[in-house]
Ligand binder design. Structure first.
Ligand SMILES: C[S@@+](CC[C@H](N)C(=O)[O-])C[C@H]1O[C@@H](n2cnc3c(N)ncnc32)[C@H](O)[C@@H]1O
Length: 419
């Protein structure tokens, strides 16, 4: 019986959700990291799925490489759990992400075609404008600290820490904070943020006491020790206050790219009523407010007290935005908003879920822009909407996380003829 530590030679089949490829051995599926479709590779089994139903493995030797295989830009690529696609040509990374996105829409959403077009023809994953090499884009990071106090990242599916001296994905401003150059003996994690305004914050967790935080550059804020625990981000001609441990897109081009695309597909009109669900610090509400104009109305719903406080500050000059601190499902059930025209839906990784999707369908907007960071959750939620007679009008992927398997996808959902 094949078990952890065994070494096998396998043929790699398709890419799967989660950044690994599928291979088979003795009738069992093996999910292989750091492989590419069409390759023959030697792997070492690294884990077993529940009841041994499938195996997990990592490539240790490439017998016949794919033409899309490249030398990773980062020396830690095979060890560190952060990047799964460093060994893949950048344009091929995007093709693989598009394949995964299509597969999740078919399997979980039951979507076979969109407006008469095959998914191959109409679903693609695009680069963020200006991102040419997929490196140095990370503006926020959570470093893990090992037992010797060294900075690193956790191994895939493990608590073990791989120490690093530099991260190829970190922005120059983040690297210049020098968190990775210090020893952090009493710390478990360090959150580091380098905002595009120039603000920089480091948060040692659980505490800065006994850490070398004071040795960071003087302009790096350390909450509780010096400076403040929030940063200013710039997007769409506005300044956004965001808690350093709160939510803001990590790729510097992401916020504006997503808002521009959501505007393009939703086409908000003057006087319309927009729901911004899972609204964070108010990004979509604030930047779409001019589109609905002074006669329009935006209800923004967000569960985090801190994010709502930041949103109120960020949008104090936009009277058409109302911020509701609440869980989206309970707010929709209790408020029963009426005369809603359009919805921006931007849930966390787990998706919105059946109750939220059905409540939105009951509100009967003319269109929903669904911004998703997990294509499986998007597929599931689309399935709930389709079961209520809605349809998918378009889907586009955004490569907001190059060198990793992660992606963002934006779907336009509209009521079908019978809805
Ligand atoms: C992917 S972020 C999107 C934030 C915002 N739309 C943006 O682009 O900056 C998801 C947000 O949903 C919030 N959230 C998570 N669960 C929630 C819930 N059940 N109800 C309302 N907000 C929730 C999180 O706090 C987070 O701010």
């Amino acid at each position: 019986m094949t078990g952890v530590g065994d070494r096998l030679t396998v043929e790699i089949e398709a890419i799967a959700h989660g950044g690994h490829c599928v291979a088979r051995f003795d009738g069992r599926v093996i999910f292989v990291r750091h492989a590419l479709p069409g390759e023959q590779v030697e792997v070492v089994i690294s884990g077993l799925g529940p009841k041994g139903r499938y195996l997990q493995a990592d490539v240790v030797n490439v017998v016949s490489p794919s033409a899309d295989r490249v030398t990773p830009a980062c020396q830690y690529a095979s060890d560190c759990g952060g990047c799964d696609f460093q060994h893949v040509r950048l344009s091929r990374q995007r093709e693989l992400k598009a394949q995964v996105l299509r597969e999740q829409l078919v399997r979980l959403g039951g979507v076979e075609e969109i407006s008469g077009q095959s998914l191959e023809d109409c679903i693609h994953v695009a680069a963020v404008p200006g991102d040419t090499d997929g490196l140095n884009w990370r503006t926020r990071v959570r470093y893990a600290i090992d037992s010797a106090g060294r900075v690193g990242f956790r191994r895939h599916h493990s608590h073990a820490v791989v120490p690093i001296e530099s991260c190829a994905l970190a922005s120059t401003a983040l690297t210049d904070m020098k968190v990775q150059d210090l020893q952090w003996p009493t710390t478990r994690d360090v959150i580091a943020v380098a905002a595009n305004s120039g603000d920089r914050v480091a948060i040692p967790e659980p505490t800065h006491v006994g850490t070398p935080a004071r040795s960071l550059p003087v302009d790096v804020a350390i909450p509780g020790l010096r400076g403040r625990g929030w940063v200013r981000e710039l997007a769409g001609g506005r300044e956004w206050r965001v808690a350093a441990d709160g939510f803001w897109q990590v790729h510097p081009g992401a916020a504006e790219a997503l808002v521009a695309y959501v505007r393009q597909i939703l086409q908000p009109r003057p006087g319309e009523h927009l729901l911004d669900l899972y609204s964070g610090v108010g990004l979509f509400a604030g930047l779409l407010a001019p589109d609905v104009g002074p006669a329009g109305l935006i209800d923004a719903v967000e569960v985090s007290i801190t994010a709502c406080a930041d949103a109120r500050r960020n949008l104090h000059d936009v009277p058409t935005v109302r911020i509701h601190q609440a869980a989206v499902d309970t707010w929709l059930m209790s408020s029963r908003p009426s005369d809603v025209d359009i919805v921006v839906l931007d849930p966390p990784r787990g998706g919105a879920g059946r109750r939220v999707i059905e409540s939105i369908v009951d509100v009967a907007p003319r269109a929903v822009a669904y911004v998703a960071c997990d294509p499986a959750a998007l597929g599931r939620d689309i399935g709930y909407a389709r079961a209520r007679g809605w349809q998918v009008a378009s889907v586009r992927g955004f490569d907001l996380f190059p060198m990793t398997h992660h992606m963002e996808a934006v779907a336009l959902l509209v009521p079908g003829a019978g809805a």
